[in-house]
Write a protein that binds this ligand. Structure first.
Ligand SMILES: [Zn+2]
Ligand SMILES: [Zn+2]
Length: 760
């Protein structure tokens, strides 16, 4: 028996860390290794370090790494940067919880410091997992969205938008989360369906009689300023112009005719309050009604609610229904299905509150964003619809200021006398903590105390990674970026906002490809959450099975766009395949490689043709960014063709030193390692370096001709029939058996006789 070149008997995941260190020492993923010409930049999703990373985050990045590794092999100049998103509410909530403090109640500088320290702690957990899983990111240029440099870019783009008149300040009712104590953009609003009460209330008319309205928000009665009915289509149309008395409060309100009031809904009469929903907002503007703030920023009833002041909106609703009942104002209460707007982060009910905020114009640009997105390839193509649906729903401008703390400060200064102004772009302004001389009177003007919506930062990641305003030469080579990989849950936010912001800044599309993945869920298909207790962490799985196995699992488990159910049994299955690949490699490592002989034996030609087919299918999958295809094609090839059929057939020749067999064994192994390298980079690079003395991470796939006329199925069927016969006759695989090689397989006769010990 020849000595195998691969000394270790089994693949061990302990080899992964050493190899990862080697890659870092060799600086494989930096820009210094790139040739001239265009650079393919991945617009990496910067993860948010506000808690321990679960397996979902890890697998998501593994998949992005696989795509990056494939295109690096194919195009060479692929750059996979890494960023960390560190602005915004999640870290503030985390710090409030961890330290038992309230952001509004401690000095701002002290609170920001705690945020920074907590971010650092969780960031090191994320970067550790990124390294354990073998990501081919460039750590030499890691960016953080809260660094003064990054925030300078956010502020500079703000200042330019302001100067172009695309940002304005306005006081209009907006989504307000009482839990997070901040304004939310429409993109951050989710809906929860629930059973609600539709309350039918009788309003007395000053002129005599009653008008009945149906409402799900009786707690807003104190802010009721009008009643609308359809001008002609309702039984109440004749009451238009009369005056109704608001129950409990006794205030007089007008009955107004309005085309949009649906005579079929409820009683056909609607009360108009500030603010039940966006429709109320419209009506207040339309009829110039006086606005009453009845719910405050904490979600509590204000003075305007009278005796209900201080109650939460929910409790006020209960109390007022009781009072209306006892005073005889309620006709009836129906149960209805409701869609309640809630905060996407804290899940609190959203209220509409009018506060002055800055807005970025987006309604006027929906068509432009749609047009540039037509020129972007989506993977899978059907995920394009998620963006189109959202574009169809955008109907007001984006509120971009937040009354929070840990974010990029709004770069606006206010001279009491001469109004607001923006400073010069290109510098970082900690506005809340500074003044600038007013350009008109030179007196110190105060900086704005608000911060920007964190999506204002993350939506320029594509500009940051391509060097916009920082490295014009690199920007020319790399913009638009090559790829935006992301989850489907942030299409309305990160994807859409990036397209909008980059269009505002450059007039162009931000990227050429968008890859949208499904969710990573538990083995029963449920979202992982700490409160349910079904969270899976990646570190123990990596320790037990190795990163390559985890990665192979994530690629082979689900079609692109589908959810991946994390199951330890399936990961263990992937680990078996990785071991199988090692065993095959070790076997082949017994034989020395050979250059291509002039004439190849038929069995060798056959497997090379099968390798051609495998390469074609795997390449197509990789090009579509659907990792499911290459992972499964390679596994099937190795496990069901190459190892059991081909290797068994040519073993004999290989031991005899046959050139054709040795050449083919190594050629197939080299190609299989390359095909699997993006998915399981550790074992493939390890074996390739041992046998072929260099890394395979920059090697192209080889191409092989396919010959459709070869009898693959026949060959497999014949082998299986021989094994079955030996089993039935209680013979070992080495035992001789009398069996003729079929006519169609004559070309392989010599190999088959040796393989099965056939007696002719
Ligand atoms: Zn919230
Ligand atoms: Zn001034």
């Amino acid at each position: 028996m020849p000595e195998p070149k691969l000394k270790e008997k089994r693949w061990s995941q302990n080899l992964e860390a050493t190899l990862f260190k080697k890659w870092q020492d060799e600086k494989l993923y930096g820009q210094e290794n790139m040739k001239e010409g265009p650079v393919f930049v991945v617009d990496t999703p910067p993860p948010y370090p506000s808690g321990r990373w679960h397996v979902g985050g890890a697998l998501h990045f593994c998949q992005i790494d696989m795509i990056s590794r494939y295109f690096r092999m194919k195009e060479k100049n692929l750059w996979f940067p890494v960023g960390i998103d560190r602005n915004g509410l999640p870290i503030e909530s985390r710090v409030e919880k961890d330290f038992g403090i309230k952001a509004h109640e401690v000095p701002r500088e002290e609170f920001l410091k705690k945020c920074r320290e907590t971010l650092n702690k969780y960031e090191s957990n994320i970067s550790n997992i990124m390294n354990l899983t073998g990501l081919s990111v460039d750590w030499s240029k890691v960016y953080r969205t809260d660094s003064p440099k990054y925030r300078t870019l956010t502020q500079s783009t703000f200042i330019e938008l302001w100067n172009k008149g695309l940002i304005y300040e306005d006081t209009k009712p907006n989504n307000w989360c009482p839990g997070c104590k901040t304004t939310l953009a429409d993109a951050e609003v989710e809906y929860r369906s629930q059973k609600g009460k539709l309350v039918f209330i009788n309003f007395k008319l000053k002129e005599g009689g009653v008008i009945q309205i149906a409402t799900t928000r009786p707690e807003l009665l104190g802010a009721c300023q009008a009643i609308t009915v359809h001008p002609t289509g309702s039984a109440y149309s004749k009451e238009i112009g009369k005056t109704a008395l608001v129950p409990i409060y006794g205030r007089e309100v007008k009955i107004i005719g309005r085309e949009e009031t649906n005579p079929e809904f409820g009683t056909g009469a609607m009360m108009v309050c500030s603010y039940g929903d966006q429709e109320d907002v419209k009506m207040f503007r339309e009829f110039s009604l006086p606005e009453t703030i009845i719910i405050d920023e904490a979600g509590k009833m204000t003075k305007a609610a009278g005796k209900y002041e201080g109650l939460s909106a929910k409790d006020a609703k209960k109390a007022i229904i009781e009072d209306l009942k006892s005073q005889g104002f309620i006709e009836k209460i129906d149960e209805v299905d409701q869609n309640i707007p809630i905060c996407w982060r804290s899940k609190d009910d959203i209220e509409l509150i009018a506060l002055p905020e800055y807005y970025l114009k987006q309604v006027d640009f929906v068509d432009d964003v749609k047009k540039i997105s037509d020129d972007i390839e989506f993977h899978p193509e059907k995920s394009r619809q998620l963006l189109l649906d959202w574009l169809g729903a955008v109907n007001q401008d984006w509120p971009i200021s937040r009354r929070r703390f840990y974010g990029t400060p709004v770069p606006i200064f206010n001279c009491g006398e001469h109004g607001k102004f923006v400073p010069e772009p290109g510098k970082y302004y900690e506005t809340w903590n500074m003044t600038l001389p007013c350009p008109k009177c030179n007196k110190p003007a105060k900086g704005d105390t608000r911060v920007l919506d964190t999506w204002m930062d993350s939506s320029i990641s594509a500009l940051w990674v391509s060097g916009f305003k920082r490295d014009e030469k690199f920007f020319k080579r790399s913009f638009p970026t090559f790829l935006r990989p992301q989850g489907k849950d942030i299409v309305r936010t990160w994807l859409y906002y990036t397209l909008l912001r980059v269009y505002h800044a450059t007039g162009k599309k931000a990227f050429n490809h968008v890859w949208i993945s499904g969710h990573i869920v538990d083995k029963k298909g449920f979202k992982m959450s700490k409160s349910i207790g079904n969270v899976v962490y990646p570190e123990p799985l990596i320790e037990k099975y190795g990163a390559d196995s985890l990665r192979f699992f994530s690629a082979s488990e689900a079609k692109l766009g589908s959810d991946i159910r994390v199951s330890e049994e399936r990961i263990a299955g992937a680990a078996k395949f990785i071991q199988k690949l090692y065993n095959v490699s070790r076997f082949i490592s017994m034989f020395s490689d050979s250059k291509k002989p002039e004439k190849l034996e038929p069995a060798d030609k056959w497997i090379l043709s099968e390798l051609g087919k495998l390469t074609r299918l795997a390449t197509r999958g990789y090009d579509d960014m659907d990792l499911f295809i290459p992972a499964n094609e390679v596994r099937t090839f190795v496990w069901e063709k190459f190892a059991p059929h081909y290797i068994e057939m040519v073993k004999g020749r290989a031991y005899d030193g046959d050139e054709s067999a040795r050449y083919t064994l190594h050629t197939v192994l080299r190609q299989v390692l390359k095909l699997l390298s993006p998915i399981s980079p550790f074992i493939t690079d390890y074996v390739y370096r041992k046998l072929y003395e260099k890394t395979l991470q920059f090697e192209n796939f080889d191409s092989f001709e396919e010959n459709q006329s070869l009898p693959t199925t026949k060959l497999i069927e014949f082998n299986e029939s021989v094994w079955a016969k030996k089993k039935a006759e209680n013979l070992s695989l080495r035992d001789e058996v009398a069996l003729k090689v079929p006519e169609r397989l004559q070309a392989y006769e010599k190999d088959l006789i040796k393989m099965h010990n056939l007696r002719q």
